[in-house]
Design a protein around this ligand. Structure first.
Ligand code: SF4
Length: 376
């Protein structure tokens, strides 16, 4: 499962010279691995683990140590259609499932359904990848001279990989088959899968046909991260803006900045979309501005009202999310909204929150839900 990743790890690992990039790399690979598993038969996760020498004891819901209550709970979780097979897993291998209350703890072990063994496989994949990266990082000083020669090649490969994972346009994961988001379907995707910060900007752009400077920067870099080409971004913004200003004015005042974001003007830097930290720590929106992070910049009443309007979120969950935001847990509140937006069973584990990663996680979760329903 992991050994075959060594070559890629060496190449990209060397290029990831800051901790953020290492995390990004692990997260990107884990997401890809997870979406591949999602379209495979549940038993394949167990086979992969066995192939790596990781075996878990197998038992059935009908056996000890389960009480009648446990069995009922397990039945309600629909352990699997494979006659209630469960696996006895050390609880530190199943933290994601425990957070989502999808595993039963008994005698210091978690009992995990066959269907959820994919999460355990992802856990092992992630930690093996981290170990390999750490080992590789330690080996770098000894081979620094040698590696210097190939650094430019690594840099190019790494830049392309990052572009492919942040610009989803070019990537439609073969197993996950997440189709590219286009200007034509953005309204529907925005309501279902955008984080609140970007949903707000999208709605305001559609309603007012305009966004002020900070909002434009935040939203157009996010769209770039989604995979919009410069042509698509230009057409998308122009279509809205020219409803209230002449086309010539748009071309004179706004088009340059869109091209600039794509590295086609000025310093020709290829700008990346803003991270949650940049948005949260950035300037607060003033009257008529809609940028920022709603969990930080909105007052509790406005946030509560927005969450109450979302049919996917139960009122008590909405209250919990508002409470987290009030206590400064902005990203934690955002993760909780992501989880609440998908029925239980959806995989919304997101280690490093980013507006573009939120969209991916939400779409993968919806896809997994659909696949689970199809299997039932
Ligand atoms: Fe957007 Fe990040 Fe705030 Fe969520 S936490 S709303 S993704 S800025």
């Amino acid at each position: 499962m992991v050994s075959s990743w060594l070559a890629l790890t060496c190449c990209c690992g060397y290029s990831c010279r800051v901790p953020d990039d290492w995390d990004w790399f692990v997260q990107a690979e884990a997401t890809l691995f997870k979406s591949r598993l999602a379209s495979a038969a549940p038993a394949q996760s167990v086979e992969l683990l066995l192939h790596e020498g990781i075996a878990y004891e197998r038992c059935s819901v009908h056996e000890a140590p389960f009480s009648t209550n446990d069995r009922e709970w397990l039945r309600s979780m629909k352990p699997s259609q494979e006659d209630g097979v469960l696996y006895r897993v050390p609880f530190d291998h199943a933290s994601v499932l425990l957070r989502r209350r999808r595993a039963l703890i008994k005698q210091g072990f978690c009992f995990v359904s066959l269907r959820d063994m994919a999460c355990i496989a992802v856990h092992h994949f992630r930690s093996a990848l981290r170990q390999q990266l750490t080992a590789f990082r330690r080996a770098i000083p000894a081979r620094r001279e040698e590696l210097k020669r190939v650094q430019p090649i690594f840099d190019r490969i790494f830049a392309q990989l990052q572009a492919q994972t942040t610009n989803r346009s070019s990537a439609s994961s073969s197993a996950g088959e997440l189709p590219r988001i286009t200007p034509q379907d953005i309204d529907q995707v925005a309501e279902r899968h955008f984080p609140l910060c970007m949903r707000q900007l999208h709605r305001k752009l559609r309603a007012n046909h305009h966004l002020k400077y900070d909002g434009r920067v935040q939203y157009r870099l996010f769209l770039k991260g989604l995979g919009f080409s410069v042509h698509e971004a230009m057409t998308f913004f122009r279509t809205e803006f020219i409803q209230i200003i002449p086309t010539a004015r748009f071309d004179k005042e706004y088009a340059y900045h869109i091209r600039h974001s794509y590295g086609l003007e000025g310093a020709r830097k290829d700008y990346r979309s803003l991270s949650c930290e940049q948005i949260i720590d950035g300037s607060a929106p003033r009257q008529g501005q809609f940028h920022g992070c709603p969990f930080k910049h909105w007052d509790s009443a406005a946030l509560r009202q927005e969450l109450y309007r979302d049919a996917r979120v139960q009122p008590e969950t909405a209250d919990r999310i508002v409470h987290k935001a009030e206590n400064g847990g902005y990203q934690s509140a955002c993760r909780a909204l992501l989880a609440a937006s998908h029925a239980s069973g959806a995989d919304v584990d997101l280690q490093q929150l980013h507006p573009n990663a939120y969209v991916d996680a939400s779409r993968v979760a919806a896809q997994q839900q659909q696949q689970q329903q199809n299997r039932m």
